[in-house]
Design a protein around this ligand. Sequence first.
Ligand code: HEC
Ligand code: HEC
Length: 230
Amino acid sequence: MRSVILMMLASVLLMPIAWSAPAAGKARASDARSNKPVAPEAPKGDAVAGKDKAENERCMECHGVDGNGAGHANSTDGKFAKLAGQYPSYILKQIRDFRSGARKDDQMAIMARSVSDEDVRDIAVYFSSKTRMHGQDGNLHELGKELYEKGDPARGVLACVSCHGVKGKGLESNLAAPIVGGQEWRYLDKQLRDWRSGDRRNSADGVMNKVTNALTDKEIEALADYLSGI
Ligand code: HEC
Ligand code: HEC
């Protein structure tokens, strides 16, 4: 008798759960589970709060106070990416990729796990509001420029300009492709090698792996020369 009462009680208690479950499942299927490509999220953030957070979270120590690099006084010269003027949506994506392991770097994995997305939105909006990264030397780097603008279709090297814009300053129509003109030489050189070897593979459809697959060391250095100088 007692077990019958318990069963009735249990079924009454469980009923609302059973009813609500399908509704929750349906809601999820329509957004996060869909495989449709999503436009990069344009994070809204507070640049003033972001400045404090970038300092407190130590981002400035490595990326520079205004995101234009930590200076050239030590042996890490050029290893840290510039973030000044970079798209906030790109910065947020990279932090999420470092956090999940989709992009690998020991230091940045620790940093990414220590900040919330909300803080990253503010930090990203702060860095993106600063004077856009730019190079200094102004020299012409013929091979790098040629490859950047024309690619080499016979070897599957797509023209970089078609996604990263003139002089690597970005394209409004393709916010997924970051600003690369004026970036640090050493950082660019490492990223291009990492794309080629597959150590970095967080671009949609592996596009950056395909684009760099056939590049020689000399060509990678020429591209880094060109992009870091403009
Ligand atoms: C101890 C130094 C250090 C600190 C502190 C640090 N970073 Fe980094 N960060 C790096 C290095 C090194 C890389 C480049 C990793 C690589 O080579 O792929 C990097 C890369 C990045 C990138 C990728 C840039 C790009 O162009 O793809 C972003 C975004 C970034 N960091 C944001 C942050 C933020 C936000 C903070 C603060 C929460 C932070 N970093 C703190 C060292 C640091
Ligand atoms: C079809 C579009 C496309 C083409 C063509 C392309 N890229 Fe990219 N590139 C991207 C995207 C998208 C990303 C960002 C991937 C991610 O989310 O991490 C990227 C990332 C990069 C990065 C990393 C930047 C950073 O801050 O870490 C570098 C460097 C780069 N590309 C250089 C090049 C060069 C050099 C070429 C030409 C040889 C080229 N790209 C051609 C789409 C493209």
